[in-house]
Structure formats: structure tokens, C-alpha cells
Design a protein around this ligand. Structure first.
Ligand code: NAD
Length: 268
């Protein structure tokens, strides 16, 4: 990347020591941002992402926090402000699945997914917006006062049997994202969603790690390939930069066409 579009800005990426979060953190670092690599387990993987970003000549630091815990999120943001002075970009990425048939789903499975995928985004977005409002616009860095990117999913649109807790969390993220875009647009805070289709990461390994599974997955994807974290990283850089200054409240689907419903190409 020749132009460092995020020079001087600080980005916090949650769940950044694996999969999409890792790819996004590296892309933001490559674009010149200082990057906070949030993680909850596996500090070695977080350190490896930090080292990779430093090798691209950007600043990076790993901070442990469980995004579903209010005190840990508040403390993480305090550490970020202490280290980098402020935060300009939040990528609310941390998430997980706990799949079960709905009639067999335990309250613990439901609650964990809602706590991390949805309440985690609430807690981090609230701290980010408090910091954006405290700091105000710094025109040398960005036209906007702050940018929030919410990692949603095609499942904010496509219902998903056997994954009701996960799909519900993503539907909730869509409304959270749009409500924040509406509430804080006047203060020049932009809030958008990224809605990935199938991206090759540990969360969905069983959907791509055998030829049978991969071929079955391809029946859903017109563009006929699985996505990779770098696909998402490039979109995150765009949404974090002033190139997307007139985009707020948008769900950006990045799914090889999954949401144009391949099954209807020959029938329906
Ligand atoms: P992943 O399992 O590789 O990464 C998830 C990350 O979130 C990990 O780093 C994990 O440790 C972290 N995490 C989990 N609980 C946490 C907590 N309480 N606090 C902080 N971090 C926590 O999976 P991924 O595919 O990279 O998923 C990243 C995001 O992308 C998720 O929100 C997921 O729902 C979304 N997504 C993924 C796909 C896909 O196909 N991979 C598709 C649509 C949406």
C-alpha cells in the first residue's frame, strides 16, 4: 500500500489475535494507524499480530480484555488513551458461536453469544463515543470525529436455523449500528457495519476444511471462492478512512454474492 490513509490515527480492534480481527488489524496498521490488538485468550497470538504490524512500520500494542465485561472494557479504553492519547477508530469484531437446535439451546449458550457478540459491541462503542466526544474533531487526522465499524454478518439478513442466538446477535448489531449512526451523525461520528459471508477462519473451519464441506459451501456462493481476512481488511480501511466520509449507517455486504441467493439462479 503506497498511501498511508490512516496516518496518525489510532485504531482498536477487538478479538484481533485470530481470523478476521487479525486481518483487519494488519490492514489498518499497513494503512498507517497505531493499532490496539485486543484479545481475551492466547497472548502469544496477539503478540505475533503486534510484531507483524510493527514490521510494517506502525505502532501496535496488545491489550487483554473480555469485551462482555464492563470494567475490563473501561480499563482497556483508559489504557489506550494513556498510550496513544485517544482512539479514532473502533472495530467491534470479537464474536463467537455456540450452536444448538433451538429447542435444545441452553440459557448459557444463548446468554454467552448475546453477551459477547452484542453487549460487547455496546460496551466498546459506548467507551469509543465517550472518547470521540471528549476529543472532538482533529482536522489534520480526519474529517470525522470518530469511526466505528461493527462486525456483523450476512446473518443480520439471512435467518439461520440451528444458530438462533448468533443470528439474533447479528440482527441486534444492525440496529445498534444504525441507531448510533442516526444519534451521532450530527457530531460527525460515522458508524457502519461489515457483513461478511463465508470467510476462512477458525470460527467456521468445519464449513471449509474438507473438499465435501467446501463444495457444499460453494453452492451458496456465486463468486465461487471462500473469502479471506484480507478481503475484510481492505473494506475496513476504506470505512475507517475519509474516502468513505459520506457513508454512515450502512451495512456493507462482503460475501461473494451469498446474499443474492445462488439457489435461485436455476429455479425458484
Ligand atoms: P475467530 O474465532 O477467528 O475470531 C474471533 C475472535 O474474537 C477471537 O480472537 C476470539 O478470541 C475473540 N473473542 C471471543 N470472545 C471474546 C471476548 N469475550 N472478548 C474479546 N475477544 C473475544 O472468528 P472470525 O471468523 O475471525 O470472527 C470475527 C468476527 O467476524 C465475529 O464477530 C464473527 O461473528 C464475524 N463473522 C465471521 C464470519 C466468517 O465466515 N468467518 C462471517 C460473518 C461474520
Amino acid at each position: 500500500m503506497s498511501e498511508k490513509k490512516l496516518n496518525g490515527q489510532t485504531a482498536l480492534v477487538t478479538g484481533a489475535n485470530s481470523g478476521i480481527g487479525e486481518g483487519v488489524a494488519i490492514s489498518l496498521g499497513e494503512a498507517g494507524a497505531n493499532v490496539v490488538v485486543n484479545y481475551v485468550v492466547n497472548p502469544d497470538a496477539a503478540d505475533a499480530v503486534v510484531e507483524k504490524i510493527k514490521s510494517l512500520s506502525s505502532n501496535a500494542v496488545a491489550i487483554q480484555a473480555d469485551v462482555s465485561k464492563e470494567d475490563q472494557v473501561i480499563s482497556m479504553f483508559q489504557q489506550v488513551v494513556q498510550k496513544f492519547g485517544t482512539v479514532d477508530i473502533l472495530v467491534n469484531n470479537a464474536g463467537l458461536q455456540r450452536d444448538a437446535k433451538f429447542h435444545e439451546m441452553t440459557l448459557a449458550q444463548w446468554q454467552l453469544v448475546i453477551d459477547i457478540n452484542l453487549t460487547g459491541q455496546f460496551l466498546c462503542a459506548r467507551e469509543a463515543i465517550r472518547e470521540f466526544l471528549r476529543r472532538g474533531i482533529v482536522p489534520e487526522r480526519s474529517i470525522a470525529c470518530g469511526k466505528i465499524i461493527c462486525m456483523s454478518s450476512v446473518h443480520e439478513l439471512i435467518p439461520w436455523g440451528g444458530h438462533a442466538n448468533y443470528a439474533t446477535s447479528k440482527g441486534g448489531i444492525k440496529m445498534l449500528m444504525q441507531s448510533l449512526a442516526q444519534e451521532y451523525g450530527g457530531q460527525k461520528i460515522r458508524v457502519n457495519g461489515i457483513c461478511p459471508g463465508a470467510i476462512k477462519t477458525p470460527i467456521n473451519q468445519s464449513a471449509w476444511d474438507t473438499p465435501e464441506a467446501y463444495n457444499s459451501l460453494m453452492t451458496l456462493i456465486p463468486y465461487d471462492r471462500i473469502g479471506v481476512p484480507d478481503d475484510i481488511g481492505k473494506l475496513a480501511v476504506f470505512l475507517a478512512s475519509d474516502d468513505s466520509d459520506y457513508i454512515t449507517g450502512a451495512s456493507m455486504f462482503i460475501d461473494g454474492g451469498m446474499t443474492v441467493f445462488k439457489g435461485f439462479s436455476t429455479g425458484g
